[in-house]
Ligand binder design. Sequence first.
Ligand code: PMP
Length: 326
Amino acid sequence: MPPFNTTDFIWMNGEMVPWQDAQVHVTAHGLHYGTGVFEGMRSYETPDGPAIFRLDAHMRRLHASARGYEMPIPYSVEALSEAALEVVRRNGLENSYLRPIAFFDTRSFAVWPRECPVSVAIIAVRIGAYITGGPEKGVRITLSSVRRIDASTLPPYVKAAGHYTNSVRAVQEAQRRGFDDAVLLNSRGDAAEGSGANLFVVRDGTLITNDVDASIVVGITRDSVLRIARDLGVPVQVRPISVGDLEVADELFFAGTAVEITPITELDGRVLGDGTPGAITRRLQQTFMNAVHGRLPQYREWLAYARSDDSSSARLPASGVAVGSV
Ligand code: PMP
């Protein structure tokens, strides 16, 4: 992601505050021990005004991540969802990237965050059509020597700040090697996911992705892609992805909020197909982009519209997706 473009207001601990006033003290527990949990979500321009994609699912996952660290978030899923819509409205945003974060704040240097208050913020930054550029031309990736965190040490399905030092090391290595990004293997030696996105394989017309037991963050984009694939009649397999699967793949792509659907055109010098995004990847991508921009009625339930003249039930649809377990 490029450096962000600031906006006017950040929601912090129940109030809308000017961007420059949303400060944290250097003694915050989350800064020292990585004890923050966060989300990445997007708002998109639609024919009915800006809407946040799968808002309810993201806020439920934030709460689930917090439970993983025994962190009591003092705002409900509904209150946070309403706050996120207010951030979009107050900043006059259309296409934006939103970052809700909750963290143990300042009180003590003890590892046990017993007395640390929990602070919560929702930040939004303005973005163009793509954050990364990858969705159009694809990315070149390497198999990382850095293994993905494993349930025996850290819960991989929890989006915690500290867990991302794992991704940072993998991306640093990938960039050193001259690639855009990396695929991390899990402790079984199977392909887990990218540094910030889930991994999909297309082989013989079948779409393959792995499950929560592969040490992944169970992505909300992943869930959306699986639903779209089923709707389009693309056969789907949810099973472990071996390194061999990557080597014989017809197509590979990443799926995640920031990268959306990003084709992978090369793996460690091995060019996939003719080196341009594959046909099934393109088809899924096209439908996904139409869905997020509110152009397909069957996926409107995924959109929480920011316009304040909508009824609250229209703004906050139930997502109907079982991501609460992560
Ligand atoms: N895996 C990792 C490590 C991630 O950081 C993300 C981005 N949140 C994902 C997968 C994809 O999740 P989502 O589709 O919900 O953004």
